[in-house]
Design a protein around this ligand. Structure first.
Ligand code: C2E
Ligand code: MG
Ligand code: MG
Ligand code: MG
Length: 279
């Protein structure tokens, strides 16, 4: 009896592994196809200066547009792109697309906007990373481009990445520490890397109104950031009351559905040109 059970649970296991593997392979070929067929889009989420209520920049967030499945969110394909080294060509596409967007906004009412992009560990580690960045930023104002790094990206290969990160800064780009407070938070990143922006993770903002501990953490993070002369960005702001509290705590910038979800380029431009205040 126990033998039969053992056998069944074994085949159950292999079936599940098979399914998982199949799904990964399926997404891998979707990525390869999308790389060939121009199947990616950058969407832009506004970043708002809390005191003026004005949109001062945006974060580029990638979407895969599959002919059958429609829009696929990054959490579903970025990890698989990372596992298959497809993140390198994908990252190069992102860099090109983002910088050509900045170029298009020159000499328009959107010319003052900053644009952030997210960079994965394997991209940063890649030997050609700095030269691709250098090439892409040739004819844009370097300080308009911000590179977002997470703590998990940094812990991957900190020793090797550190000189590269300093080089990015020397090139005049701005640096953001993304998802601060999650994962492997270490104050040594703040000590060793010349960040300009610190982004407080959405998970702290979610309960900031109900949970005094979250409010306290956000206050502490903001105080540290201000002491170090960093600009604080709150992620995932959905409610006016959250925004009011963040303003009281001294936060500078926010992103979140309260203003807008990430938008296709034309919609983002329309939103910006409507000149509304989002505070
Ligand atoms: P992230 O960089 O921390 O981006 C913020 C995520 O929070 C985005 O999800 C955004 O749509 C979502 N968000 C913003 N405001 C709100 C809100 O008010 N409510 C809720 N519920 N969500 C909000 P998204 O676009 O699905 O991206 C998820 C993650 O995927 C990103 O987290 C980033 O780590 C990664 N990612 C996205 N685009 C890229 C990319 O171009 N390259 C790389 N390497 N990673 C990317
Ligand atoms: Mg980000
Ligand atoms: Mg984030
Ligand atoms: Mg995140």
């Amino acid at each position: 009896k126990s033998k039969a059970l053992g056998k069944n649970s074994f085949s159950f296991f292999t079936n599940e592994l098979n399914e998982e593997l199949k799904e990964k392979l399926r997404i891998k070929s979707m990525i390869e196809l999308a790389l060939k067929n121009n199947g990616f889009e950058l969407h832009y989420q506004p970043q708002i200066d809390i005191s003026s209520g004005k949109i001062i920049g945006c974060e580029a967030l990638i979407r895969m547009i599959d002919p059958i499945e429609g829009m696929v969110p990054p959490n579903k394909f970025i990890p698989i792109a990372e596992q298959n080294n497809l993140i390198v060509p994908l990252g190069q596409w992102i860099l090109k697309e983002a910088t050509s967007q900045l170029k298009k906004w020159e000499n328009t009412p959107l010319s003052e906007l900053k644009l952030s992009i997210n960079v994965s560990a394997l991209e940063l580690n890649h030997k050609d990373f700095l030269s691709s960045v250098e090439k892409s930023i040739q004819d844009i104002d370097h300080k308009k481009l911000s590179i977002e790094l997470t703590e998990s990206v940094l812990m991957n290969n900190f020793k090797n990445d550190l000189p590269k990160i300093h080089k990015l800064k020397e090139m005049g780009l701005t640096l953001s520490l993304d998802d601060f407070g999650t994962g492997y938070s270490s104050l040594s990143y703040l000590k060793n890397i010349p960040f300009d922006f610190l982004k407080i993770d959405k998970s702290f903002i979610d309960d900031i109104l109900e949970d005094p501990k979250d409010k306290m953490f956000v206050q502490i993070i903001i105080d540290i950031a201000q002491t170090m002369n960093l600009t604080v960005v709150a992620e995932g702001v959905e409610l006016k009351a959250q925004l009011t509290m963040l303003e009281q705590l001294g936060c500078h910038i926010y992103q979140g559905y309260y203003c807008s979800k990430p938008l296709k380029c034309e919609e983002f431009e329309k939103l910006f040109l409507s000149h509304k205040n989002y505070n």
